[in-house]
Every structure is written in C-alpha cells, then in structure tokens.
Design a protein around this ligand. Sequence first.
Ligand SMILES: [Zn+2]
Ligand SMILES: [Zn+2]
Length: 148
Amino acid sequence: MKKKSDSKSTIICPCCRKETTPAGAKRVLGRTFPTWGDVRQKVEPELLLSARYQWACDACLQNGKAIMAEPDQQQYVDHPPFLAYFDLQKKCETCGQDYIFSGKEQQYWYETLKFWVQSKPIACAECRRKKREEKMPKASDKPKPDDV
Ligand SMILES: [Zn+2]
Ligand SMILES: [Zn+2]
C-alpha cells in the first residue's frame, strides 16, 4: 500500500511553468555548488521550491529549452547561483520594447564575462549597442565647437 502523497513535493519548473516532481528534475537535483569557503550546498528538492533559484526540469534541459549552468564558473555572494539558463522576456528601459535575454546570452554574461549573478541588462541589445557606440568616439568625427 503506497499511500504516501507526493503532491507536497510538486514543484513548478521556472522554464516551462509545468508541474513536475523531484523525479522530473534529476539533472539539477543532487548537484552541488560552492557557498562559503569549502562548503558546498547540495541541490535539494526544497531548494527548487524557492523562487530565488533559476533551474529547469529534465524535459527542458533535454529539449534545449534550457541549458545547464555551472555555478562554479559564476560570481555570486548574497544571491543564489544559476542552476540553469533559459530565455527570459524583459522590457527595455530605454525604448520600452519587450526583448529576450536568451539563455545562451546569460551563460556568456555570468560564466564567460563573469558578471555578478544579480546583474541584469536594463536595455535591449539594440539600445545597448547604440549606447556603446555613443560612448566610443568615432575616428571619423571631427571635434565640434561647444558653442553651437
Ligand atoms: Zn521545464
Ligand atoms: Zn531598447
């Protein structure tokens, strides 16, 4: 007789928003990530209930909707590391358009460029590009008089 209800252990995948159970999140569960000093925290089912963690279910990792993150490659102190990356919809603070901060882009930000995990883009790729160009003086630009 199996009367143990597992409804309590139902977890919602932050990527596909579908209900799953710990058995459907085997890829992220049991992994460990560094905390203070040499202490490593194990990914437990309870941790996946916390909205603070960005993870993905096995199905999402399998079908490419999400990519596995490597906390060991990330810079974090007071914020939890990413356990997985997937496309996030954001609103650009410059032009007001919705844009996608892709999983691949996040991986690049947090694991290659080593940005702090709490850093988020505030503008879409297009606006960020324009801003970068404004900041960089073009070689072709002639100095303009200030008093025009
Ligand atoms: Zn999922
Ligand atoms: Zn924009």
